[in-house]
Ligand binder design. Structure first.
Ligand code: CO8
Length: 256
């Protein structure tokens, strides 16, 4: 499929999608959501891809929703746009493969929200995070109020959203917004290596681990533990589980 805003690359079981509107620091517009949903439809139809990486072109991951496009909206249009963004970002958590944000620069507003919707985030040292919506008389609209609290705690969410302070990668790491900080020029190599490591595991177990962590997070603890035990035991029906344990005992690499 050809896109105008997205650049895609598929190799070694890993898909990389690069947002490319560098003239506006990859700001998210309506066209992005159309293309990105098409891309996700395409991805859901493939079984050769084990991990998705999302990144941005140039000096920005994503500098937020496109303010020029948003400025002309009335409340009904803004509601539809917020809903569209929330639904799209929710799809990332529901994908059965892991999604990694490779944050290469500004991740602001909707860009920080996109990164937070991924399963985890790896940042270049030069990355900058923030929710500057209050500067525009707005609040976050792609679930940033909720995901920032969930990932970093309510105090950090209130602090970042109310002050609109932009933080660097090391501070993002300190509050748990990102999981690892790397040299900017090594970002894609490191994230690809991480993705390949994930892809080298039994794909059924990778999918189930994501599913149980994601679903369990929304559940009562004891119900989530039950889900874990059921899923754990269900894997014993899979040849790949038998192979994983057999390979260990035979001191060789599993042949999934
Ligand atoms: N939207 C549109 N254009 C943008 C955006 C954006 N979010 N960010 C940058 N640009 C444009 C600039 O206008 C500029 O265009 P031009 O060259 O034509 O003047 C170009 O990108 C380059 O930007 P700068 O010259 O400003 O670059 P700097 O390096 O000086 O500054 C910053 C970089 C600090 C990132 C700065 O561009 C900035 O502050 N950008 C806006 C950040 C922001 O406020 N983001 C939040 C937007 S609101 C949002 O995301 C809400 C999400 C929920 C929506 C819910 C649905 C309704």
């Amino acid at each position: 499929m050809t896109y105008t805003i997205l650049k895609t690359d598929f190799s070694d079981g890993v898909a990389v999608v690069t947002l490319s509107r560098p003239a506006v620091l990859n700001a998210l517009n309506n066209e992005f959501f159309v293309e990105f949903n098409d891309f996700l439809d395409d991805l859901e139809g493939r079984n050769d891809i084990k991990v998705l990486i999302i990144t941005g072109e140039g000096k920005s991951f994503v500098a937020g929703a496109d303010i020029a496009e948003m400025s002309g909206m009335n409340p009904a249009q803004a509601l539809a746009y917020s809903n569209k963004g929330q639904e799209t970002f929710l799809r990332l958590g529901k994908l059965d493969i892991p999604v990694i944000a490779a944050v290469n620069g500004y991740a602001l507003g909707g860009g920080c929200e996109l990164a937070m919707a991924c399963d985890f985030r790896i940042a270049g040292k030069n990355a900058r995070f923030g929710q500057p919506e209050l500067n525009l008389g707005l609040i976050p609209g792609y679930a940033g109020t909720q995901r920032l609290s969930a990932l970093t705690g309510m105090g950090n969410a209130l602090h970042l959203i109310l002050t609109t302070e932009m933080i660097g990668a090391d501070d993002a790491l300190r509050i748990g917004l990102v999981q690892k900080v790397v040299e900017p020029e090594m970002l894609m190599d490191e994230v690809r290596a991480m993705a390949k490591k994930i892809a080298s595991n039994g794909s059924q177990a990778v999918k189930k681990a994501k599913e149980v962590i994601r679903k369990g997070y929304e559940m009562h603890f004891e119900d989530a533990c039950k889900l874990e035990a059921e899923t754990f035991s269900g894997l014993f029906d899979h040849a790949s589980t038998r192979e994983g344990m057999k390979a260990f005992l035979e001191k060789r690499k599993p042949n999934w």
